[in-house]
Ligand binder design. Structure first.
Ligand SMILES: Cc1cc2nc3c(=O)[nH]c(=O)nc-3n(C[C@H](O)[C@H](O)[C@H](O)COP(=O)(O)OP(=O)(O)OC[C@H]3O[C@@H](n4cnc5c(N)ncnc54)[C@H](O)[C@@H]3O)c2cc1C
Length: 470
């Protein structure tokens, strides 16, 4: 079960340093000093900026679900169970395989539609809450099956977390998913290509820089430490956090003595956590399950969507009966059917409903269920985690960098944006996409746009082109 790919993550100085402090009796501080020659003002102001804030978004409340400590695949299955054959659930958090991905969400929509078909009579009225990929997929299946379907969506657009923006950009940018993850039974890439959407193979070989801008070879130490900790955890009686597994297995006991580049072995563990674990889950190692975190590990053969992920939805949504800008805040059911209350106070009746809202919305109790959801559903909503990953897209007049690497990462410091994708070699446009994850994303979500941009530009300083000597 593989998932979101490009995702490399953000360093949590806090948890990693705390973790290292637990196991390393006499640590030598290795923070790379900020070079005096590089200041934020040297990174030019971009012409266009697009920033996401998925944790503050009331219709998402996070980016995607992850396995928190104690959560199991059974929790996802429980969340996907129908209640009294009236209230059905879909969405990435319910996906048995590849949760947290587009294809996982889509598979959940297909499954919910087949569950409805199993119990519903032809022509029944089915309401679907949420016009993301899960909801649109379910709706399309049911309409094709002869049901009377209406989709109710809180936003003024379809797509949910698939959020393609074209205006002001030289190519459509993706504020949500950017990658198609290739798996044996995933045909999304073929479908997108058939729809005329441009996909680019994306091999994730990063150029790694220190804060001072030095280019360094990736050390395998961090990857090895995490792999060692997870295999140690697999043999324990009880699930623990990735952080605890790293400490208790001894894998976090890495030297903090800096080498000539100012980097220690411990920095490579922080790098692994920052650029992989956190971006793949949106959660810190202290939140992630050591047993199930690998269920959402990256693959090496992903494709980057540069022609509009949302095209996929537009095709399936064509001709669907849809209520946009309509927030559902209550779902009631009895033997006779379901009744939905909208934010406007209006009510809607149907025979059955498929609820596809994100886990974050359910966790936030934004929808009241009557009767209350069964214990197993409530347990699953509580147990599963909702991670946070945000993106910033920046378009510059001309590139300020001189590297042609597609993937940039930063080692040796707790950079807010430790991972960048350089679109220049891919599309020819001076456009960068940065990622911030986990607690750094939560912290930055509080910032106004100017401060958020300043944090992004500061993180880019290691990639400033070195001026030619006179
Ligand atoms: C930053 C980011 C990067 C990602 N990267 C990737 C990637 O590279 N590859 C990948 O495969 N996946 C990625 N994902 C995950 C992927 O986007 C999701 O798994 C998928 O889009 C979820 O689809 P869904 O239908 O389950 O949920 P959603 O798309 O969230 O759809 C749910 C819908 O319900 C609506 N809704 C919410 N509350 C209400 C309400 N009260 N009333 C009515 N409607 C409501 C929402 O507005 C939304 O439209 C990424 C996600 C994010 C945020």
């Amino acid at each position: 079960m593989k998932r979101r790919t490009f995702l490399l993550g953000t360093a949590s100085g806090f948890s990693v340093l705390a973790l290292a402090a637990c196991v390393s009796p006499a640590p030598v501080p290795t923070t790379s000093p900020a070079p005096t020659t590089l200041t934020p003002s040297l990174v030019p102001q971009p012409l266009t900026v697009s920033r996401t804030n998925w944790s503050a978004d009331p219709f998402s409340r996070g980016s995607f679900s992850y396995a928190s400590v104690g959560a199991t695949p059974e929790h996802r299955a429980a969340l996907g169970q129908a209640v009294d054959a009236r209230v059905f659930f879909a969405g990435e958090a319910t996906a048995a395989d590849e949760p947290g991905t587009v294809q996982g969400a889509r598979a959940s929509g297909l499954l919910a539609a087949s569950q409805v078909r199993d119990v519903a009579a032809p022509g029944e009225r089915i309401t679907i809450v949420g016009a993301g990929i899960a909801g649109i997929t379910a709706a399309r299946q049911l309409v094709n099956g002869g049901f009377n379907v209406v989709v109710i969506e809180a936003r003024d657009r379809i797509g949910g977390r698939i959020d393609t923006v074209s205006d002001e950009w030289p190519f459509p940018i993706e504020r949500g998913p950017s990658f198609v993850h290739n798996t044996s039974d995933n045909f999304l890439d073929d479908e997108l290509t058939a729809l005329g959407v441009k996909l680019l193979p994306f091999v994730r070989t990063p150029e790694v820089r220190t804060r001072a801008g030095a280019i360094v070879e990736v050390s395998p130490l961090g990857t090895q430490a995490v792999a060692g900790a997870l295999s140690w955890a697999a043999n324990q009686q009880q699930d623990v956090s990735v952080e605890r597994a790293l400490v208790d297995s001894g894998e976090a006991s890495l030297s903090k003595t800096p080498n000539a580049d100012g980097l220690s072995d411990a920095d490579w563990l922080q790098y692994e956590i920052a650029t992989k674990l956190k971006v793949e889950t949106g959660a810190t190692p202290s939140q992630q399950s050591a047993w199930y975190t690998t269920d959402i590990a990256s693959t090496d053969d992903d494709q980057l969507v540069v022609g509009g992920y949302s095209t996929l939805l537009a095709r399936d949504a064509e001709g669907l009966e849809m209520l946009l800008s309509s927030v559902v805040n209550r779902v009631a059911h009895d033997d006779g059917g379901v009744s939905l209350r909208l934010g406007t106070g209006e009510s809607l009746s149907a025979d059955r409903v498929i609820v596809t809202v994100p886990l974050g919305v359910l966790k936030n109790a934004a929808i009241e269920f009557s009767p209350a959801l069964p214990f197993a559903h409530r347990g699953a909503i509580g147990a599963l985690g909702m991670g946070v990953v945000d993106k910033v897209w920046l378009r510059f007049d001309v590139p300020f960098w001189d590297t042609s690497a597609r993937l940039w990462t930063i080692v040796g410091e707790d950079a807010d944006f430790p991972v960048w994708i350089n679109m220049m070699p891919l599309t020819g446009d001076p456009v960068l996409m940065g990622l911030v994850a986990a607690e750094n994303a939560t912290r930055l979500s509080e910032l106004d746009d100017d401060d958020f941009l300043a944090a992004a530009l500061t993180a880019l300083e290691p990639f400033l082109a070195v001026p030619d000597p006179q």
